[in-house]
Design a protein around this ligand. Structure first.
Ligand code: SAM
Length: 248
């Protein structure tokens, strides 16, 4: 997979992409990540990328020319939108990023992420260049860079071969619910004991316990997820039982 990031502050990616899973994925050749400064595509000799908003108001708006030129350099000109080759504008006004979107994007061969700044990008970037607009949450960041880092991390760990797929299979949100609680040694830490079942060596019972805990935890913390989660028949029974006891 190839990921291109368009940003005015490429140095913001140095640390996050130079360690842990992203670095390993790059080193293994499973993903190529390029951070491109779209200031280099500004047409004038002063490399101006922003201008005052039409109609007045505070702040500066990113001009369309450098962003279009950068994308056309990567995708070819004349540029034709192709959802199979996503060009994503990061924006607090976009659809909310989640595990399903991460999975969908991890299956693409290439991806361009456009990081806005200041008051954001000229609306024509959203209308005529981006195939999608994505937000990482209902808050406003100063720029799209932290959002791009979040998205790249979530996407890269889902690329086959990056990490053991068994360790992502039960991750929170993978099947629509939260993951069960995890423990490691010591079995007794400051008087707090690991549940006996996990020390029993009975793998069938441990699996059953984990399924109950995952449903219970989701019901307690994120009941909204249960509306769209694809629960197995057994998990549905667990949920019905938990809801019954909650109502007693
Ligand atoms: C200060 S914000 C602009 C906010 C814009 N004036 C608005 O109110 O919608 C600057 C840039 O940060 C990025 N950004 C801010 N919040 C974001 C979020 N929640 N998700 C993704 N990107 C975000 C976008 O790229 C945006 O263009």
């Amino acid at each position: 997979m190839r990921i291109d990031i368009l940003s005015l502050f490429p140095e913001m990616f140095d640390g996050p992409f130079a360690s842990s899973i992203i670095k390993r994925a790059v080193d293994k050749g499973l993903v190529n990540i390029y951070v491109n400064n779209f200031r280099n595509y500004a047409p004038d000799r002063h490399k101006v990328v922003d201008d005052y908003p039409y109609g007045g108001g505070a702040g500066m708006v990113l001009k369309p020319e450098p962003i279009f030129a950068a994308v056309e350099d990567l995708r070819g000109s004349p540029y034709v939108k192709n959802p199979q080759k996503p060009v994503i504008l990061l924006s607090p006004q976009g659809r909310l990023f989640d595990q399903n979107i991460a999975r969908e994007l991890a299956s693409r061969e290439s991806l361009i992420l456009i990081c806005g700044h200041y008051e954001g990008a000229d609306e024509r970037v959203s209308q005529h260049l981006a195939t999608d607009e994505i937000s990482i949450g209902d808050y406003v960041l100063s720029g799209g860079e932290p959002a791009a880092i979040v998205m790249v991390d979530a996407i890269v760990r889902l690329i086959p071969g990056v990490i053991d797929c068994l360790s992502t299979a039960d991750d929170s949100f993978s099947r629509g619910i939260l993951e069960y609680p995890q423990y490691t040694r010591p079995a007794n830490f400051r008087g707090c004991q690991v549940p006996d079942i996990l020390l029993s060596g009975n793998h069938g019972e441990i699996e059953k316990w984990r399924r109950i805990q995952a449903v219970k935890r989701t019901l307690e913390r994120r009941p909204d997820l249960l509306d769209s989660a694809s629960l197995t028949a057994e998990e549905q029974k667990i949920l019905a039982r938990l809801e019954y006891f909650n109502h007693l």
